[in-house]
Design a protein. Structure first.
Length: 143
């Protein structure tokens, strides 16, 4: 689960051990903290992996909003890969319980989702997850 306020920009070089596939966005990503939307910042390396990439930063990150009503983490899963269409499912969590959830559809031909909740961080995280998935899939085919 990644932090809901993390805006992934690019994946870091793969460690080559396959464990990055277990990360919430399918890779270890660099990016921005957008907990304060009008003041985005580059997280320090010491917080990037354990808090931004893994979520549940409440109480551990000074930038995390201090409201118990806001979500803590976002997770995605591939529910199906049928030709041109990727079906995903997402869960946004608060206190380890579903806060919001639903299906997503991604067209490989269009390179886009058909319908996403209107939130910039969520949209970028969903795209980062798909990018990581497709990269790993293409690498597996090339072997």
């Amino acid at each position: 689960m990644s932090c809901p306020y993390f805006y992934p920009v690019e994946p870091r070089a793969s460690l080559g051990n396959g464990q990055n596939a277990l990360l919430p966005l399918g890779d270890f990503w660099t990016g921005q903290c957008r907990a304060t939307p009008d003041e985005p910042c580059q997280p320090q390396d010491t917080t990037l992996r354990p808090l931004c990439n893994l979520g549940y930063a409440r109480g551990n990150c000074v930038r995390f909003p201090n409201s118990p009503e806001l979500p803590d983490a976002v997770r995605f899963i591939i529910a199906g890969d049928q030709g041109n269409l990727l079906r995903l499912y997402y869960v946004i969590e608060r206190d380890h319980h579903p806060f919001a959830h639903g299906p997503l559809e991604y067209s490989k031909t269009m390179g886009a989702f058909s319908d996403l909740p209107d939130h910039q961080n969520f949209e970028r995280q969903a795209n980062a997850y798909v990018e990581s998935y497709l990269r790993r899939k293409n690498e597996a085919v090339a072997r």
